[in-house]
Design a protein around this ligand. Sequence first.
Ligand SMILES: Cc1cc2nc3c(=O)[nH]c(=O)nc-3n(C[C@H](O)[C@H](O)[C@H](O)COP(=O)(O)OP(=O)(O)OC[C@H]3O[C@@H](n4cnc5c(N)ncnc54)[C@H](O)[C@@H]3O)c2cc1C
Length: 595
Amino acid sequence: MDQSIPVKGGEFLVREIPPENIFIREDFSEEQKLIGQTCQDFLDTEIFPVLDRIDSHEEGLMRQLLDKTGELGLLAISIPEEFGGFGQSFLTSMYASEILGAGFSYAVAYSCHTGIGTLPILYYGNEEQKQKYIPKLATGEMIGAYCLTEPGAGSDANSGTSKATLSADGKCWILNGQKMWITNAGYADVFTVFAKIDNDRVQSAFIVERNFPGIVFNPEENKMGIKGSSTRQIFFNDCQVPVENLLGKRGEGFRIALNILHMGRIKLGANVIGSAKTAINYSVKYANERKQFNCLISQFGAIKFKLAEQVIRTFVTESAVYRASKDIEEAIKYFTGIGEDKGRDTMEAFNQFAIESAAMKVFASEMLDYVVDEAVQIHGGMGYSSEMPVDRAYRDSRINRIFEGTNEINRLLITDTVLKRAAKKEIPVMEEAQKIMAEIPGLKAGVKETAQDYYKSKEVSIRNFKKAALVLLKTVSEKYTKTLVMEQEIINNISDMIMLLYAAESTLLRIKKLEKTKNAESQKIYRDILDVFVYDAAALIRKFGSDAINSFAFGETKDLLKKGIDYWTDVEGINIRDARRRIADTLISENKYCF
Ligand SMILES: Cc1cc2nc3c(=O)[nH]c(=O)nc-3n(C[C@H](O)[C@H](O)[C@H](O)COP(=O)(O)OP(=O)(O)OC[C@H]3O[C@@H](n4cnc5c(N)ncnc54)[C@H](O)[C@@H]3O)c2cc1C
């Protein structure tokens, strides 16, 4: 690959970058903040007051809300100007996704429409298709949906049995099949539907309008959470799709489906940050009001622990998500600059960051589950009451680990993609790992590569985390060559290590970059966040690494790897209790997320 792409996907494993090169949330411009404010105002005035009505599927309400979103221009943020959009950057759309992500079921409808509902046509449609659909999708005149999943084809999405055959007169595709779990199905006007033409091995994609003959919608699914988002099964019974509505090339559907999902995954990362901040606000407000034993519960160490952890995990996720988003944005500029097909070139950029997107999808969705779970706990019995908003936050969070590819599938994808890129020599994983392996015999327990400087010592820790992951990637792939796919537990261990080190490094870079702009007091809190996260990450990386080693290695190799892992994860002890208390105290005194 050409070296002029600023950062390659997965390269973080083998390359260090200066903090100036990463994007942090604090870098958003005034114009971007204004868009964020518009999103926030919209949530405050139009969505939050009607959450119960949304969840009860009040007839026509969600569609009206999407119409209003369209009137404000928020469905068109990153649609090119030539199709009636605002042509804003990917990062701006991520920012909007973060803010609107706090909108519970509405957020799901919004994300589905602006992401998987619109982008397949924008990126893979021909000129006529784009002219016909994109301006309407940009205003909300049409709402989009995405139909990949079938009753027998979920994670194994290409195994779907939906079929398309050309009609005798050659004028339309006759579509037959059943799709399930289709978001926005209740009111969407246009669907990207995946089906195999004749006996093709891979799927093609079709643009299907709601009023085409032969479509039947099941009633709404009764779901555990995101109750107000529309989710239905759709049957295509000899549905006639005009021949010109084939999207992309024949057999390109599965590639379209996967590439769109890479984008959906990183967007999900932004969505859940918004939800997490809302849940933290519920938590701290309640903790600052509720008294037990004659004391506000926010003053108890056990509650401070939870509040601090909620903040740490949210802040860390945010650092990593926006870092990856900027890298994607740069890659979009690069690929669209050298290519001739803007849509496919943009998708190439998302594909390039498949590792980071999958990592963020898993990390962020699990972060949110932690945050909402502890939000319920902080509310005690009231957390279990459907009177309280944490009830909705808790139920709505859970879906994030399931859609956009389950977390199991995404964990597999992380390590698998790293190894594929390594095999293609796109990232020098094996070469670096080889050098690191040679260092292990010389490592002396207790004798550390010391660094007096605060940031240097954190850099050493994170460099060591990378060493641990790289060495495992190499030894495991050599041990299993073609059968690694059967070793999912080990793959998961390595993926967890990769996610943790990427998150830790992103947080370090963000805080280092902030050093120049923040006052000493707030910088102390950021250092506390970093201290706690790196300390915990080291323990987790040691555990995941040891689990992997104990599962596959023996003899000398095992001893060598164990020695390496123990050394690389031996970080300096910090007063973790006091660090968490300081973080919690900041949240408690502000009574809202303020980091
Ligand atoms: C509310 C909601 C909205 C949705 N919206 C849409 C939509 O708009 N469009 C759309 O096309 N789809 C949508 N989906 C479908 C969603 O993407 C799928 O549910 C998801 O991909 C998982 O597929 P599945 O449900 O068939 O689970 P399965 O694939 O049956 O998985 C069951 C379990 O097995 C695990 N598993 C499966 N394969 C493997 C493997 N190889 N290795 C290890 N573990 C594995 C899974 O991780 C999971 O834990 C939605 C789903 C829900 C619930």
